[in-house]
Ligand binder design. Sequence first.
Ligand SMILES: NC(=O)C1=CN([C@@H]2O[C@H](COP(=O)(O)OP(=O)(O)OC[C@H]3O[C@@H](n4cnc5c(N)ncnc54)[C@H](OP(=O)(O)O)[C@@H]3O)[C@@H](O)[C@H]2O)C=CC1
Ligand SMILES: Nc1c(N[C@@H]2O[C@H](COP(=O)(O)O)[C@@H](O)[C@H]2O)[nH]c(=O)[nH]c1=O
Length: 592
Amino acid sequence: MALSFAVVASSSSIMCKAINANNHSHLQDLSYIKRAALISDKSAGFTSPHPSFGCVIVTPSVEVVGEGYLYAQGTKPAEVLAVEAAGERCRGATAYVNMEPGDCHGDDTAVSALVQAGITRAVIGMRHPLQHLRGNAIRALRSQGLQVDVLGEDMQSKLVEEARKACLLVNLPFVHRAASRVPFSVLKYAMTLDGKIAASSGHAAWISSKLSRNRVFELRGRSDAIIVGGNTVRRDNPRLTARHGGGHMPIRIVLSQSLDLPEEANLWDLSDVSTVVVTQRGARRSFQRYLASKGVEVVEFDILNPRDVMEYFHDRGYLSILWECGGTLAASAISSGVIHKVFAFVAPKIIGGKNAPSPVGELGMVEMSQALDLIDVCFEQIGPDMLISGFLQPIPDLTPTIPSEDETFAIDPTVAPFETSIIFFYKTWDLYGAFSNFSPHPIQMPDEDGNYVTWFSVEHYYQANKFIGVSNPLAQDCIDKIKSAKSPEEAARMGRLTQRRQPHLVRSDWESVKIDVMYRALKCKFSIYPHLNSMLLSTAGSVLVEASPHDLFWGGGRDGEGLNYLGRLLMKLRSEFLGESSAASENTCIAL
Ligand SMILES: NC(=O)C1=CN([C@@H]2O[C@H](COP(=O)(O)OP(=O)(O)OC[C@H]3O[C@@H](n4cnc5c(N)ncnc54)[C@H](OP(=O)(O)O)[C@@H]3O)[C@@H](O)[C@H]2O)C=CC1
Ligand SMILES: Nc1c(N[C@@H]2O[C@H](COP(=O)(O)O)[C@@H](O)[C@H]2O)[nH]c(=O)[nH]c1=O
């Protein structure tokens, strides 16, 4: 009897231990997934726009041996960096990633890095939000024998939901991109305790404290664009730059129907970053020309409403927008349903004033029951101010809009999508992202002395070529900087900024040679990567269009008014590849 009791006792304690151990490892899993989400956010504010990926590698003895995060599109994937850091200790280890790797370029760098390193288990915070990538990496990892646990699918609990939410939040702009046709938008304002965003004179500098305004610089640095209305430009003459030291600068957008804007304004100074003025078709044409002469881009709309404007910027690839307008435009944006989150800085000050403006103008509501309730509200004290933030709309649930793993297709040149008669491509994360100059495919091109030089992407090579052959040493400096730019986006920014600020450094024949420069770079790219070559060939019969709504030279424009030179060059190459193998003998690049 005593013996059997002892047996029962010991088997139940073994069971308890097993449950505790399971629970413990479950909690560990969640803490490492949260860590992956946290580190994935490290690149926010440095480059844009791109999704955030983080990877943490943990050994069976529960030691973190490698971590990595994606710095920008086109840089080393988080998984590769983490595997490199962990080295041999990857064998038998678990990789935690906040989001399923999304290999949009026809290769499978992230997946193969994990497989080849000997990782045996992967825990994934969420499936990739984009339909054409969703499930691919999970399937590939499983087919290579890894145990793959996806939060919310293979692991479920209240705590799992919490960790999954951390993963969703860190990529919220990207989740929105997958779920809707407008970018993720945040309305930010600073108001006094009595709810005014300016005195009745319109004076507003400053309501919130310096500490709060520094936080605004950070918010700006995490956004792709900042929007204000015409009145704020007239009244505040804002700069709207992210001045918290280095990092990414969002573009500035002004919405003005009348275009009755000042001739001199800080926003027309483009030395740090560009400005786009969005207006009603036909408004003050002479002022439009004036702005254009200063390099300010003007975009016309038939009817200027926030939803159309947001759809346009979505098509331009913007993921997140910060609205820093006054109450008039804020009300219009909220009514149009394009604002997703609010950041309200409340300063302990009272200014009074019957006509002093408030953060949100007329919404047409008459009863408190109509008020919009914020979701997931947070309160944070910043110096003397209180920051209240919350969502106006729930986080999109992608599940119903995205087919299951089995329904999605791999990028396979033989299947239906390539049969459409017009194939649009633009951002690297899109289905045909590998056609973009920004896709991370290094090329080797001969320099002026015929020596082969490696460029991280076609965009790096193209931007650097603007300054080649110019005797000024600053031009060579610029080439060197572009060459070592960490991402194609950074290379583009450097090249465009130098061209704008120091036009004398641009080679005099640039306009006449740029198409050829691009052609040679593309030819190299599509010659040396067999999977890109077959993807290009598989589009035979379709028109290729770079779906840039604003680049009217390389892209197709909003309504097909663009010259689409990038699409044309790709189609020319495709004909050459299809037509003759002799083209290979003329190749000006070597295989990598
Ligand atoms: N404390 C704070 O956080 C902030 C305070 N402010 C203060 O707010 C005041 C300005 O507020 P407000 O007048 O509301 O300024 P807004 O920034 O909201 O500008 C309104 C203007 O936006 C343009 N607009 C374009 N499309 C639309 C549309 N669909 N709906 C509405 N407007 C559109 C119009 O410009 P146009 O007339 O050119 O056609 C309109 O007059 C200033 O005193 C400023 O200092 C401003 C921002 C933040
Ligand atoms: N007055 C006010 C804000 N106002 C916003 O900041 C803009 C000025 O930006 P900049 O020129 O870059 O410093 C201004 O046009 C308006 O959009 N913001 C705040 O955080 N706190 C404040 O008290």
